[in-house]
Design a protein around this ligand. Structure first.
Ligand SMILES: Cc1cc2nc3c(=O)[nH]c(=O)nc-3n(C[C@H](O)[C@H](O)[C@H](O)COP(=O)(O)OP(=O)(O)OC[C@H]3O[C@@H](n4cnc5c(N)ncnc54)[C@H](O)[C@@H]3O)c2cc1C
Length: 290
């Protein structure tokens, strides 16, 4: 790895000023689990690395009944998983964070670093989009807040502008009527990264579904919202037939990746089968008995 300057600004304004000064010669570092791999493989050779680890403004998890959940970008996956507030009010998120990667990565890598790197084979973006998350970005031109689905633009591409930092992730207040499931599918049990991930949340209006959010990630270059299946589910009862029809719409709509870990047909099939099972499960049907 090439020599570089390691800079540790103590405040957010100082970090932003450094990034503005250094421009393309600097890289931002959070947990370093993705950045340092890229530097060791010489895909990146910055003159300076600006570490965010002293920025208190990017740390901590808070829950407020009116504002919802706020997670600092520097919060590690293990902290999300262990947070009693997240476990209680956002169990789908806690469960996802508890199972991603491996203990070493969960205890080092941050949720903000994960979102900013935009590797397709990850978990939080899919889950957060289905939970209707937003992110706050701060940069030389001020602060902006955008929906997580608009932040995750494409394969390794986010809406971050040069010199901008992701500071916070926001989730709406918990809705006790909303139920959800997150599934991560691995190619082999020895692999850490998902080959496909599915996040599903919906409101129950008596027996009927409303406002379903169905997002597929890892199988696609960036998380893809299944618009046709969501529309189909509106106002329907969650029967095994409904689950099968919605899953067929997913298979028709998904635009999967092909890479060394799985081709598009394999990923389409995983998405279809598991969407059907998840919908059946939320409808109270045991797909294993079929
Ligand atoms: C062996 C292994 C297995 C893994 N398995 C999984 C898995 O199963 N599921 C999963 O979801 N992920 C997995 N990951 C990915 C892991 O979650 C990411 O590496 C990690 O989240 C990146 O976080 P970091 O804090 O280390 O980021 P860093 O490596 O520090 O940064 C990553 C990128 O984001 C930028 N960045 C970081 N923070 C900010 C910020 N606040 N604002 C602007 N830019 C920023 C950096 O400049 C860099 O480009 C795995 C990683 C490894 C090494």
């Amino acid at each position: 790895m090439r020599d570089f300057r390691f800079l540790t600004p103590p405040t957010l304004p100082e970090a932003l000023a450094m990034l503005a000064d250094l421009g393309e010669d600097a890289c931002v570092m959070a947990g370093g689990t993705a950045l340092l791999l890229g530097m060791r493989q010489r895909m990146l050779s910055p003159d300076s690395v600006v570490s965010l680890h002293r920025l208190q403004a990017l740390k901590g998890i808070t829950v407020d009944p009116t504002q919802g959940l706020t997670i600092g970008a520097l919060v590690r996956h293990a902290d999300v998983a262990r947070s009693p507030e997240v476990q209680r009010h956002y169990p789908m998120l806690a469960d996802m964070a508890q199972r991603l990667a491996n203990p070493q990565v969960r205890n080092r890598a941050t949720i903000g670093g994960n979102l900013c790197y935009a590797d397709p084979a990850t978990d939080p973006p899919t889950c957060l989009i289905a939970l209707d998350a937003e992110v706050t970005l701060v940069g030389p031109d001020g602060t902006r807040r955008l929906a997580m689905r608009d932040f995750a633009v494409d394969y390794y591409t986010t809406a971050l502008e040069p010199g901008e930092l992701l500071t916070t992730i926001h989730l709406p207040p918990p809705d006790t009527m909303r139920v959800g499931l997150y599934r991560r599918l691995l190619r082999t049990p020895a692999e850490h990264r998902p080959v496909a991930s599915i996040a599903l949340t919906l409101l129950r209006n008596g027996d009927l579904v409303s406002d379903a959010r169905l997002v597929i990630g890892a199988a696609t270059p960036a998380p893809q919202t299944m618009i046709r299946a969501q529309a189909f589910l509106e106002g329907r009862r969650l029967t095994p037939d409904t689950a099968a029809e919605a899953a067929a719409l997913v298979a028709a709509e998904i635009a999967p990746l092909s890479d060394g870990r799985g081709d598009a047909a394999f990923r389409r099939q995983i998405a279809q089968v598991n969407t059907r099972r998840m919908l059946a499960e939320l409808g109270g049907h045991d797909w294993r008995l079929e």
